[in-house]
Design a protein around this ligand. Structure first.
Ligand code: NAD
Ligand code: UDP
Length: 339
Protein backbone atom coordinates (compact mmCIF):
# COMPACT_ATOMS: atom_id res chain seq x y z
CA UNK A 1 0.00 0.00 0.00
CA UNK A 2 1.17 3.54 -0.77
CA UNK A 3 2.09 5.88 2.14
CA UNK A 4 0.02 8.70 0.67
CA UNK A 5 -3.27 8.05 -1.09
CA UNK A 6 -3.57 10.08 -4.27
CA UNK A 7 -6.47 10.71 -6.64
CA UNK A 8 -5.20 9.60 -10.01
CA UNK A 9 -6.75 10.07 -13.45
CA UNK A 10 -5.91 7.52 -16.15
CA UNK A 11 -7.09 8.67 -19.57
CA UNK A 12 -7.52 5.73 -21.92
CA UNK A 13 -7.83 3.73 -18.70
CA UNK A 14 -10.04 1.06 -20.27
CA UNK A 15 -7.42 0.27 -22.93
CA UNK A 16 -4.79 -2.42 -22.97
CA UNK A 17 -2.07 -0.53 -21.04
CA UNK A 18 -4.46 1.81 -19.19
CA UNK A 19 -6.43 -1.05 -17.63
CA UNK A 20 -3.23 -2.60 -16.26
CA UNK A 21 -2.13 0.78 -14.87
CA UNK A 22 -5.54 1.27 -13.18
CA UNK A 23 -5.30 -2.21 -11.70
CA UNK A 24 -1.81 -1.58 -10.27
CA UNK A 25 -2.73 1.83 -8.81
CA UNK A 26 -5.91 0.46 -7.22
CA UNK A 27 -3.87 -2.32 -5.61
CA UNK A 28 -1.58 0.36 -4.17
CA UNK A 29 -4.63 1.92 -2.50
CA UNK A 30 -4.99 5.03 -4.66
CA UNK A 31 -8.32 6.50 -5.78
CA UNK A 32 -8.42 5.91 -9.51
CA UNK A 33 -10.57 7.68 -12.09
CA UNK A 34 -10.59 5.88 -15.43
CA UNK A 35 -11.64 8.06 -18.36
CA UNK A 36 -12.29 6.50 -21.75
CA UNK A 37 -14.65 6.66 -24.73
CA UNK A 38 -14.17 2.97 -25.63
CA UNK A 39 -12.99 3.88 -29.13
CA UNK A 40 -10.47 1.02 -29.23
CA UNK A 41 -11.37 -0.88 -26.10
CA UNK A 42 -14.32 -2.53 -24.42
CA UNK A 43 -15.94 -2.67 -21.01
CA UNK A 44 -14.60 -6.21 -20.49
CA UNK A 45 -11.16 -4.70 -19.75
CA UNK A 46 -12.42 -2.95 -16.61
CA UNK A 47 -15.47 -4.98 -15.56
CA UNK A 48 -13.47 -6.60 -12.75
CA UNK A 49 -12.60 -3.13 -11.38
CA UNK A 50 -16.07 -1.58 -11.41
CA UNK A 51 -17.10 -2.82 -7.95
CA UNK A 52 -13.94 -1.57 -6.22
CA UNK A 53 -14.53 1.32 -3.79
CA UNK A 54 -11.44 3.20 -5.03
CA UNK A 55 -12.31 2.98 -8.75
CA UNK A 56 -14.66 5.07 -10.85
CA UNK A 57 -15.25 5.26 -14.58
CA UNK A 58 -16.12 8.30 -16.71
CA UNK A 59 -17.16 7.91 -20.35
CA UNK A 60 -15.64 10.95 -22.01
CA UNK A 61 -13.67 11.96 -25.11
CA UNK A 62 -10.32 13.57 -24.21
CA UNK A 63 -10.56 15.98 -27.11
CA UNK A 64 -13.13 17.83 -24.99
CA UNK A 65 -12.15 19.58 -21.74
CA UNK A 66 -13.25 18.11 -18.45
CA UNK A 67 -13.12 19.57 -14.94
CA UNK A 68 -11.76 17.16 -12.29
CA UNK A 69 -9.67 17.51 -9.13
CA UNK A 70 -6.71 15.13 -9.25
CA UNK A 71 -3.13 14.73 -7.97
CA UNK A 72 -1.70 12.79 -10.92
CA UNK A 73 -2.65 12.06 -14.52
CA UNK A 74 -1.49 9.20 -16.74
CA UNK A 75 -2.38 10.35 -20.27
CA UNK A 76 -2.80 7.06 -22.13
CA UNK A 77 -5.78 7.89 -24.35
CA UNK A 78 -4.99 7.48 -28.04
CA UNK A 79 -5.64 4.80 -30.64
CA UNK A 80 -2.32 2.94 -30.70
CA UNK A 81 -2.22 0.34 -33.46
CA UNK A 82 -1.67 1.34 -37.11
CA UNK A 83 -5.10 -0.06 -38.07
CA UNK A 84 -6.83 1.92 -35.32
CA UNK A 85 -4.95 5.21 -35.68
CA UNK A 86 -5.26 5.25 -39.46
CA UNK A 87 -9.03 4.58 -39.30
CA UNK A 88 -9.69 8.27 -38.64
CA UNK A 89 -6.30 10.04 -38.89
CA UNK A 90 -7.68 13.52 -38.23
CA UNK A 91 -9.29 12.33 -35.04
CA UNK A 92 -5.99 10.62 -34.06
CA UNK A 93 -4.13 13.92 -34.37
CA UNK A 94 -6.86 15.67 -32.36
CA UNK A 95 -6.66 13.06 -29.58
CA UNK A 96 -2.89 13.55 -29.25
CA UNK A 97 -2.86 17.34 -29.47
CA UNK A 98 -6.18 18.39 -27.92
CA UNK A 99 -5.98 15.56 -25.39
CA UNK A 100 -2.54 16.81 -24.33
CA UNK A 101 -3.77 20.40 -24.06
CA UNK A 102 -6.74 19.31 -21.94
CA UNK A 103 -4.73 17.19 -19.48
CA UNK A 104 -1.98 19.80 -19.28
CA UNK A 105 -4.57 22.49 -18.54
CA UNK A 106 -6.03 20.31 -15.81
CA UNK A 107 -2.56 19.61 -14.38
CA UNK A 108 -1.76 23.32 -14.39
CA UNK A 109 -5.00 24.18 -12.56
CA UNK A 110 -4.76 21.34 -10.02
CA UNK A 111 -0.96 21.44 -9.69
CA UNK A 112 -1.07 17.77 -10.62
CA UNK A 113 1.80 15.75 -12.04
CA UNK A 114 1.08 14.53 -15.57
CA UNK A 115 2.68 11.69 -17.53
CA UNK A 116 2.47 11.44 -21.29
CA UNK A 117 2.43 8.06 -23.04
CA UNK A 118 4.66 8.88 -25.97
CA UNK A 119 6.03 6.30 -28.35
CA UNK A 120 9.04 4.91 -30.18
CA UNK A 121 7.20 6.11 -33.29
CA UNK A 122 8.61 9.58 -32.62
CA UNK A 123 11.83 8.08 -34.05
CA UNK A 124 10.06 7.12 -37.30
CA UNK A 125 12.23 4.86 -39.46
CA UNK A 126 15.75 5.34 -38.04
CA UNK A 127 18.82 4.73 -40.25
CA UNK A 128 20.93 1.59 -39.56
CA UNK A 129 23.60 3.55 -37.65
CA UNK A 130 21.05 4.77 -35.07
CA UNK A 131 20.48 1.39 -33.51
CA UNK A 132 19.41 0.99 -30.76
CA UNK A 133 17.58 4.33 -30.58
CA UNK A 134 18.61 6.67 -27.74
CA UNK A 135 16.34 9.46 -26.49
CA UNK A 136 18.72 12.02 -28.04
CA UNK A 137 17.86 10.80 -31.58
CA UNK A 138 15.48 13.31 -33.15
CA UNK A 139 13.79 10.96 -35.52
CA UNK A 140 13.11 10.27 -39.17
CA UNK A 141 9.36 10.69 -39.58
CA UNK A 142 7.57 11.18 -42.90
CA UNK A 143 5.35 14.15 -41.95
CA UNK A 144 2.89 13.53 -44.80
CA UNK A 145 2.75 9.73 -44.67
CA UNK A 146 -0.03 7.47 -43.44
CA UNK A 147 1.61 6.99 -40.02
CA UNK A 148 2.15 10.73 -39.52
CA UNK A 149 -1.20 11.32 -37.77
CA UNK A 150 0.13 9.19 -34.93
CA UNK A 151 3.87 9.94 -35.08
CA UNK A 152 3.52 13.71 -35.54
CA UNK A 153 0.58 13.85 -33.11
CA UNK A 154 2.74 12.26 -30.42
CA UNK A 155 5.68 14.52 -31.30
CA UNK A 156 3.43 17.59 -30.98
CA UNK A 157 2.15 16.27 -27.64
CA UNK A 158 5.75 16.00 -26.37
CA UNK A 159 6.33 19.60 -27.47
CA UNK A 160 3.22 20.73 -25.58
CA UNK A 161 4.33 18.86 -22.46
CA UNK A 162 7.75 20.53 -22.47
CA UNK A 163 6.26 23.98 -23.25
CA UNK A 164 3.77 23.71 -20.39
CA UNK A 165 6.67 22.64 -18.19
CA UNK A 166 8.90 25.55 -19.23
CA UNK A 167 6.17 28.21 -19.43
CA UNK A 168 3.81 27.16 -16.64
CA UNK A 169 5.97 25.03 -14.40
CA UNK A 170 3.74 21.98 -14.88
CA UNK A 171 5.32 18.89 -13.37
CA UNK A 172 5.60 16.51 -16.33
CA UNK A 173 6.92 13.05 -17.18
CA UNK A 174 7.33 11.72 -20.73
CA UNK A 175 7.81 8.03 -21.51
CA UNK A 176 8.51 6.71 -25.01
CA UNK A 177 6.92 3.29 -25.10
CA UNK A 178 8.25 0.61 -27.47
CA UNK A 179 6.10 -2.30 -28.75
CA UNK A 180 4.31 -3.79 -25.77
CA UNK A 181 2.11 -6.89 -25.66
CA UNK A 182 0.11 -8.94 -23.19
CA UNK A 183 -3.38 -9.80 -21.99
CA UNK A 184 -6.17 -7.33 -22.94
CA UNK A 185 -4.66 -6.35 -26.27
CA UNK A 186 -7.62 -5.99 -28.59
CA UNK A 187 -7.84 -9.14 -30.76
CA UNK A 188 -8.67 -7.07 -33.85
CA UNK A 189 -6.28 -4.15 -33.39
CA UNK A 190 -4.07 -5.45 -36.20
CA UNK A 191 -0.91 -5.37 -34.12
CA UNK A 192 1.54 -8.10 -34.88
CA UNK A 193 1.38 -10.01 -31.59
CA UNK A 194 -2.43 -10.08 -31.38
CA UNK A 195 -2.74 -10.86 -35.12
CA UNK A 196 -0.29 -13.77 -35.02
CA UNK A 197 -1.74 -15.31 -31.85
CA UNK A 198 -5.36 -15.05 -33.06
CA UNK A 199 -4.36 -16.42 -36.47
CA UNK A 200 -2.42 -19.31 -34.91
CA UNK A 201 -5.20 -20.20 -32.47
CA UNK A 202 -7.92 -20.11 -35.14
CA UNK A 203 -5.90 -21.98 -37.77
CA UNK A 204 -5.68 -19.04 -40.18
CA UNK A 205 -2.59 -18.17 -42.22
CA UNK A 206 -0.02 -16.06 -40.36
CA UNK A 207 0.28 -12.79 -42.27
CA UNK A 208 3.89 -11.67 -42.61
CA UNK A 209 4.07 -8.18 -44.07
CA UNK A 210 7.04 -7.90 -46.43
CA UNK A 211 9.72 -10.57 -46.06
CA UNK A 212 9.44 -10.52 -42.26
CA UNK A 213 13.03 -9.32 -41.79
CA UNK A 214 11.94 -6.04 -40.15
CA UNK A 215 12.61 -6.06 -36.43
CA UNK A 216 10.78 -5.04 -33.26
CA UNK A 217 11.64 -5.39 -29.58
CA UNK A 218 8.69 -6.63 -27.53
CA UNK A 219 8.06 -5.70 -23.90
CA UNK A 220 5.62 -7.61 -21.69
CA UNK A 221 2.92 -5.40 -20.17
CA UNK A 222 3.83 -6.05 -16.50
CA UNK A 223 7.39 -4.84 -17.08
CA UNK A 224 6.10 -1.75 -18.86
CA UNK A 225 3.59 -0.82 -16.14
CA UNK A 226 6.29 -1.13 -13.49
CA UNK A 227 8.52 1.30 -15.42
CA UNK A 228 5.73 3.80 -16.09
CA UNK A 229 4.73 3.97 -12.42
CA UNK A 230 8.38 4.30 -11.41
CA UNK A 231 8.69 7.18 -13.87
CA UNK A 232 5.67 8.96 -12.40
CA UNK A 233 7.33 8.65 -8.98
CA UNK A 234 10.85 9.58 -10.13
CA UNK A 235 12.46 12.71 -8.67
CA UNK A 236 11.36 15.98 -10.30
CA UNK A 237 14.90 16.33 -11.70
CA UNK A 238 14.15 13.46 -14.14
CA UNK A 239 11.19 14.24 -16.38
CA UNK A 240 12.28 12.35 -19.51
CA UNK A 241 11.74 11.62 -22.26
CA UNK A 242 12.76 8.11 -21.34
CA UNK A 243 12.60 4.99 -23.49
CA UNK A 244 10.64 2.12 -21.96
CA UNK A 245 10.87 -1.19 -23.76
CA UNK A 246 12.60 -4.53 -23.92
CA UNK A 247 15.86 -4.38 -25.91
CA UNK A 248 15.63 -8.06 -26.98
CA UNK A 249 15.17 -7.66 -30.72
CA UNK A 250 13.42 -10.15 -33.03
CA UNK A 251 12.58 -10.22 -36.71
CA UNK A 252 8.85 -10.46 -37.37
CA UNK A 253 9.48 -13.86 -39.00
CA UNK A 254 11.12 -15.10 -35.77
CA UNK A 255 8.09 -13.90 -33.84
CA UNK A 256 5.75 -15.76 -36.20
CA UNK A 257 7.74 -18.98 -35.83
CA UNK A 258 7.77 -18.67 -32.03
CA UNK A 259 3.99 -18.12 -31.91
CA UNK A 260 3.43 -21.18 -34.13
CA UNK A 261 5.68 -23.26 -31.86
CA UNK A 262 4.04 -22.09 -28.61
CA UNK A 263 0.48 -22.60 -29.89
CA UNK A 264 1.37 -25.87 -31.61
CA UNK A 265 -0.48 -24.46 -34.62
CA UNK A 266 -0.71 -25.85 -38.13
CA UNK A 267 -1.00 -22.32 -39.56
CA UNK A 268 1.21 -21.47 -42.54
CA UNK A 269 3.20 -18.27 -43.11
CA UNK A 270 1.94 -16.10 -45.98
CA UNK A 271 3.52 -12.89 -47.23
CA UNK A 272 1.50 -9.71 -47.74
CA UNK A 273 2.81 -6.32 -48.94
CA UNK A 274 4.73 -4.25 -46.39
CA UNK A 275 2.62 -1.23 -45.28
CA UNK A 276 3.88 2.26 -46.21
CA UNK A 277 6.57 3.77 -43.94
CA UNK A 278 6.85 0.56 -41.89
CA UNK A 279 10.03 1.03 -39.78
CA UNK A 280 12.81 -1.41 -40.73
CA UNK A 281 14.24 -1.92 -37.28
CA UNK A 282 13.42 -0.83 -33.77
CA UNK A 283 15.16 -1.43 -30.47
CA UNK A 284 15.26 0.80 -27.40
CA UNK A 285 18.40 2.06 -25.76
CA UNK A 286 17.29 1.82 -22.11
CA UNK A 287 20.43 3.24 -20.47
CA UNK A 288 18.45 6.17 -19.01
CA UNK A 289 15.68 3.95 -17.60
CA UNK A 290 18.27 1.70 -15.98
CA UNK A 291 20.10 4.65 -14.47
CA UNK A 292 17.22 6.84 -13.28
CA UNK A 293 14.47 4.28 -12.62
CA UNK A 294 16.65 1.33 -11.66
CA UNK A 295 14.52 -0.60 -14.14
CA UNK A 296 15.06 -3.18 -16.81
CA UNK A 297 12.57 -5.71 -18.16
CA UNK A 298 12.43 -9.09 -16.45
CA UNK A 299 10.10 -11.09 -18.70
CA UNK A 300 11.51 -12.81 -21.78
CA UNK A 301 9.50 -12.96 -25.00
CA UNK A 302 8.71 -16.68 -24.79
CA UNK A 303 7.45 -16.35 -21.20
CA UNK A 304 5.31 -13.29 -22.00
CA UNK A 305 3.92 -14.88 -25.15
CA UNK A 306 2.79 -17.92 -23.17
CA UNK A 307 0.78 -15.68 -20.80
CA UNK A 308 -0.65 -13.76 -23.76
CA UNK A 309 -1.60 -16.96 -25.61
CA UNK A 310 -3.33 -18.18 -22.45
CA UNK A 311 -5.35 -14.93 -22.38
CA UNK A 312 -6.37 -15.16 -26.04
CA UNK A 313 -7.24 -18.84 -25.64
CA UNK A 314 -9.69 -17.90 -22.87
CA UNK A 315 -11.63 -15.09 -24.58
CA UNK A 316 -14.63 -15.42 -26.86
CA UNK A 317 -13.69 -13.57 -30.04
CA UNK A 318 -17.37 -13.05 -30.91
CA UNK A 319 -17.62 -10.58 -28.02
CA UNK A 320 -15.07 -8.19 -29.50
CA UNK A 321 -15.98 -5.45 -31.93
CA UNK A 322 -13.89 -3.34 -34.27
CA UNK A 323 -14.12 0.50 -34.13
CA UNK A 324 -15.79 0.29 -37.56
CA UNK A 325 -18.70 -1.63 -36.00
CA UNK A 326 -19.81 1.25 -33.77
CA UNK A 327 -22.55 3.58 -34.94
CA UNK A 328 -20.99 6.34 -32.83
CA UNK A 329 -17.74 6.05 -34.74
CA UNK A 330 -19.63 5.95 -38.01
CA UNK A 331 -21.12 9.28 -36.96
CA UNK A 332 -17.57 10.57 -36.48
CA UNK A 333 -16.85 9.43 -40.02
CA UNK A 334 -19.80 11.40 -41.33
CA UNK A 335 -18.61 14.39 -39.38
CA UNK A 336 -15.15 14.20 -40.98
CA UNK A 337 -16.70 13.77 -44.40
CA UNK A 338 -15.62 10.16 -44.94
CA UNK A 339 -18.06 7.62 -46.44
P1 NAD B 1 -5.42 0.90 -26.59
O1 NAD B 1 -6.02 1.22 -27.90
O2 NAD B 1 -5.72 -0.43 -26.00
O3 NAD B 1 -5.79 1.99 -25.50
C1 NAD B 1 -6.08 3.32 -25.81
C2 NAD B 1 -7.31 3.71 -25.02
O4 NAD B 1 -7.59 5.08 -25.29
C3 NAD B 1 -8.55 2.91 -25.43
O5 NAD B 1 -9.23 2.45 -24.28
C4 NAD B 1 -9.38 3.90 -26.20
O6 NAD B 1 -10.76 3.63 -26.15
C5 NAD B 1 -8.99 5.20 -25.52
N1 NAD B 1 -9.25 6.37 -26.36
C6 NAD B 1 -8.94 6.54 -27.67
N2 NAD B 1 -9.36 7.75 -28.08
C7 NAD B 1 -9.94 8.35 -27.01
C8 NAD B 1 -10.58 9.59 -26.81
N3 NAD B 1 -10.71 10.48 -27.81
N4 NAD B 1 -11.06 9.88 -25.57
C9 NAD B 1 -10.97 8.98 -24.55
N5 NAD B 1 -10.37 7.78 -24.69
C10 NAD B 1 -9.87 7.46 -25.91
O7 NAD B 1 -3.84 1.10 -26.77
P2 NAD B 1 -2.65 0.87 -25.73
O8 NAD B 1 -1.70 -0.06 -26.37
O9 NAD B 1 -3.16 0.58 -24.39
O10 NAD B 1 -1.96 2.31 -25.73
C11 NAD B 1 -2.11 3.21 -24.66
C12 NAD B 1 -1.20 4.41 -24.89
O11 NAD B 1 0.16 3.97 -24.95
C13 NAD B 1 -1.48 5.16 -26.18
O12 NAD B 1 -1.35 6.53 -25.95
C14 NAD B 1 -0.39 4.67 -27.11
O13 NAD B 1 -0.08 5.63 -28.08
C15 NAD B 1 0.76 4.43 -26.14
N6 NAD B 1 1.70 3.43 -26.67
C16 NAD B 1 1.38 2.12 -26.67
C17 NAD B 1 2.30 1.21 -27.21
C18 NAD B 1 2.04 -0.27 -27.20
O14 NAD B 1 2.86 -1.03 -27.73
N7 NAD B 1 0.99 -0.77 -26.61
C19 NAD B 1 3.50 1.67 -27.76
C20 NAD B 1 3.75 3.02 -27.77
C21 NAD B 1 2.85 3.91 -27.21
N1 UDP C 1 3.11 -7.09 -39.08
C1 UDP C 1 3.06 -8.27 -39.79
N2 UDP C 1 1.90 -8.96 -39.82
C2 UDP C 1 0.78 -8.56 -39.16
C3 UDP C 1 0.82 -7.35 -38.41
C4 UDP C 1 2.00 -6.64 -38.40
O1 UDP C 1 4.05 -8.69 -40.40
O2 UDP C 1 -0.24 -9.27 -39.25
C5 UDP C 1 4.38 -6.34 -39.01
C6 UDP C 1 4.26 -4.86 -39.36
O3 UDP C 1 4.40 -4.66 -40.74
C7 UDP C 1 5.44 -4.29 -38.58
C8 UDP C 1 5.53 -5.19 -37.35
O4 UDP C 1 4.82 -6.38 -37.69
O5 UDP C 1 6.63 -4.43 -39.31
C9 UDP C 1 4.92 -4.57 -36.11
O6 UDP C 1 3.62 -4.13 -36.43
P1 UDP C 1 2.62 -3.52 -35.36
O7 UDP C 1 1.43 -3.03 -36.10
O8 UDP C 1 2.41 -4.49 -34.26
O9 UDP C 1 3.42 -2.30 -34.69
P2 UDP C 1 4.30 -1.10 -35.25
O10 UDP C 1 4.48 -1.22 -36.74
O11 UDP C 1 3.57 0.12 -34.86
O12 UDP C 1 5.59 -1.29 -34.55
Amino acid sequence: MADTIKRILVTGGAGFLGSHICERLIAQGHDVICLDNFFTSQKQNITHLLGKPNFEFIRHDVTHPIWLEVDEIYNMACPASPVHYQYNPIKTMKVSVMGAINVLGMAKRCRAKVLQASTSEVYGDPPPDVHPQPESYRGNVNPIGVRACYDEGKRAAETLFFDYHRSNNVNIRVVRIFNTYGPRMHPYDGRVVSNFIVQALTGQDITLYGDGSQTRSFCYVDDLVEAIIRMMNAPDSFIGPVNIGNPDEFTIKQLAELVIKLTDSKSKLVHLPLPADDPTQRKPDITLAKKHLDWSPAIKLEQGLKKTIEYFSGIDLRHFRKPTDHTAHKNTERYTGKK
